[in-house]
Design a binder for this molecule. Sequence first.
Ligand SMILES: [Ca+2]
Ligand SMILES: [Ca+2]
Length: 334
Amino acid sequence: MLLVAGAACAQSFPNDPYYGYEWYAPLLGLPKAWNYTLGSPDVVVAVLDTGVMADTPDLQGRLLPPIAAEGLPVLDGTTHHHGTWVASTLAMTIDNLIGGAGLGNFKVLPVTVTAPDGSNVSEDVASGIYKAADAGARVINISHSVWDYAVLDTAAAYARGKGVITFIAAGNSDMYVDMTGYPNLIFVSATDSGDHRWSEAKSDGTRIGSSYGPYVDLAAPGDNILVADPLPPTDMDRYGLVHGTSFASPMAAGAAALAWSIRPDLTADQVLALLCGTAKDLGPLGRDDEFGYGRIDVGAMVDALTPEPATLALLAAGLAAVGIGRRQPRQAAL
Ligand SMILES: [Ca+2]
Ligand SMILES: [Ca+2]
């Protein structure tokens, strides 16, 4: 299953014209990962959001027929573009001479979890988790904050029982949030190009930035992220740069999907051990509230995966020894 893409040797790889905007791609070691796989179409990542625009040029061939949470209509993504932004962060087609590159050429399952006005309730998002897990998703991404995380965690436990990992955005309050206790939700905070927690002043003087706290498991880039934007015209015809933990979470989801693209036999526990064990430790030594176990490092993850199967076993054993495992108490819960 290890693929060595011949095109990876070409100077212009990947040939996507806006790839130069993706400062985070080399930081994450994506080109190294792409030497092994461009992402398997057998790995399905569910995007629980506002729907995804099916005519997005860079998502052609990536999208499965969309579904919706119980009682909600399937939205086509034309009114609220958030879902298309998230899906494109994850799965813009790599090296197709169009736009940018996602993390891999996975299949995306759009799952509408918002009402037509863009609002959502926790139960709808939870319903989306059950539906995505039953539809064959291997990875679930939720780029929404909700009122009741307990109902989501219960649904994510069901998904985890089927071998599915559920990633969720940490939130954009720029504040410490004293929250713990949802071991089946993998919370992702956002970093900037300096590997600091993303935090910035808005024009009205208030601040926006990644929320953080003891609930954060991992960090990933979430500032100036290239997305396909259905809104024409812009100076980057149908592309734009966005920020928020909404775009950090799909990066972590994409990293998990890349791990499964290379080694489909891995368990969810092994993939999480890989992600956390190879993440770049930032801030205070070890796990901390801003970055969790660190900023995902896809290149290091691939290094740990590819040379020797024994490396993975050692890594998982090492993490288990320090208490990282889903059956452990929350403080060590990954
Ligand atoms: Ca592309
Ligand atoms: Ca740290």
